[in-house]
Design a protein around this ligand. Structure first.
Ligand SMILES: NC(=O)C1=CN([C@@H]2O[C@H](COP(=O)(O)OP(=O)(O)OC[C@H]3O[C@@H](n4cnc5c(N)ncnc54)[C@H](OP(=O)(O)O)[C@@H]3O)[C@@H](O)[C@H]2O)C=CC1
Length: 403
């Protein structure tokens, strides 16, 4: 429990964090990764290089300081962070290392302003948050391990099959190397995979959506090769495309994530995806097609053309099996061979007018996944036609921050 004085000191830190939060977390990560280089394998180095992890932590620390009197309001964020931590195998003892470097960083940045009382207050506040995260993560690890076929932390999986889906997109069908069963997972959930990335000289984790409904005996991930070998975010996807072959073994976390759908509900559902953002939508539609086939479903998808449309056959199969389902596919750069009415329904990006056509029912739920600028513009368009925020669900890959 923090004392009233400690709470006051944390709240008084808010202006400093607003101004210098990013500086603090950048200093902290640099300090920690220099002192404990083994942790480079725990953190996504692409997010580190782009400063996304630093920004994400700065936002979290500020939110925590602002809500120090009532951290319960951060329960949703705490759960999301804990889920992510569980997919990269974070252990309680690592919190002590993080705490030591974070508090030292605060002292180094504040200089003489870091009074013993302030340092004590932040040490206590950090411990309170660490305890909450550790307890939440233990609960998630227990839940993951205690379901049939479940496990916690990493499990070696063999690549049973590798399928080239379309240009720059490959699916990997993963099965437990121990020959055991897999747990059921919810459509839309994701896993982390962990492997040694030659070009980085490091073991690295990355998150990928499971791109197929549960119950096939595999965890399928569908990976788009991003940019070139030289960009930090492209390293893992390029590595997997180049080196991960049928028969290889890779570490995989237990499935997790809250971007899922209430399969049994009766109200309409509208999926709006772009590019590789199609991956969580596929298991959702597949699951609806088998478990609630009469549901009203709209699938709205934007991609460049037929050569950049992964998992098309799966979507078309699921949609054609549901009498109240319809799809609208937008090609922004159709090829000569692409036939309107067959391969796609309209040319160009998804517009507000188009969205209006699909979204007549205020009870509908909307699921968004695509490049961040795409999600921003679609969420804004939905709000402009009166869709309320709780009806808009989204999945941001990476650190999870996008709004
Ligand atoms: N939820 C997430 O966090 C996701 C993140 N990404 C990331 O985004 C990047 C690109 O993904 P990729 O699959 O290659 O996407 P693409 O660049 O192939 O774009 C997919 C489609 O989205 C359209 N689009 C892009 N931006 C907008 C926008 N602001 N408004 C409307 N339509 C838009 C594109 O149109 P046009 O051809 O006109 O640009 C294209 O038709 C990757 O780095 C990927 O990791 C991708 C998917 C999900």
């Amino acid at each position: 429990m923090l004392t009233a004085n400690q709470i006051a000191l944390i709240k008084a830190s808010v202006p400093f964090l607003e101004e210098h939060g990013l500086e603090l977390t950048t200093h902290f990560y640099r300090r920690m990764l220099e002192g404990n280089p083994e942790l480079k394998s725990v953190f996504n180095q692409a997010h580190q290089m782009k400063g996304e992890q630093q920004m994400s932590l700065a936002v979290a620390v500020l939110a925590y300081a602002k809500n120090i009197e009532n951290p319960a309001v951060l329960a949703g964020a705490v759960r999301r962070i804990a889920q992510k931590h569980c997919t990269i195998g974070i252990r309680p003892e690592q919190y002590a290392i993080v705490g030591r470097h974070l508090i030292a960083s605060l002292g180094e940045l504040l200089g003489e302003a870091a009074t013993p009382e302030l340092v004590d207050a932040w040490t206590a506040a950090y411990q309170q948050l660490a305890d909450l995260l550790i307890a939440t993560e233990q609960k998630i690890y227990d839940e993951q391990a205690n379901v049939e076929g479940g496990w916690s932390s990493w499990r070696p999986m063999r690549v049973a099959n590798r399928v080239e889906e379309c240009r720059d997109v490959v699916s990997f069908y993963l099965e437990p190397a121990d020959g055991g069963p897999l747990p059921a997972y919810a459509p839309g959930q994701y896993v982390s995979v962990r492997t040694f990335v030659k070009e980085l000289g490091l073991v690295q984790p990355r998150q990928y959506t499971i791109s197929q409904a549960s119950g096939t005996g595999f965890i399928r991930i569908t990976v788009k090769r991003i940019a070139g070998d030289t960009t930090p975010e492209g390293r893992m996807s390029n590595h997997l495309h180049k080196y991960l072959k049928t028969g290889d073994v890779i570490d995989v976390s237990a499935p997790t994530g809250d971007f899922t759908i209430d399969v049994k509900a009766e109200h309409p559902v509208v999926f709006i995806a772009a590019g590789i953002g199609i991956t969580p939508m596929v298991p959702m539609i597949e699951t609806l097609a088998t478990e609630n086939p009469l549901r009203e479903v709209h699938f709205i998808y934007s991609t460049q053309n037929s050569e950049t449309y992964p998992l098309r056959a799966e979507v078309e199969r699921a949609v054609s099996g549901m009498p109240n389902a319809a799809s609208a596919v937008f090609f922004t750069k159709p090829l000569e061979k692409d036939r309107i009415g067959v391969d796609y329904n309209a040319e160009g990006r998804i517009s507000v007018d188009e969205l209006r056509n699909f979204c007549q029912n205020p009870d509908a739920d909307f699921y968004l996944c695509g490049p961040i600028p795409f999600m921003k513009s679609i969420a804004e368009a939905l709000r402009s036609i009166g869709i309320i925020a709780p009806r808009i669900h989204s999945e941001a890959f990476g650190t999870g921050d996008w709004e």
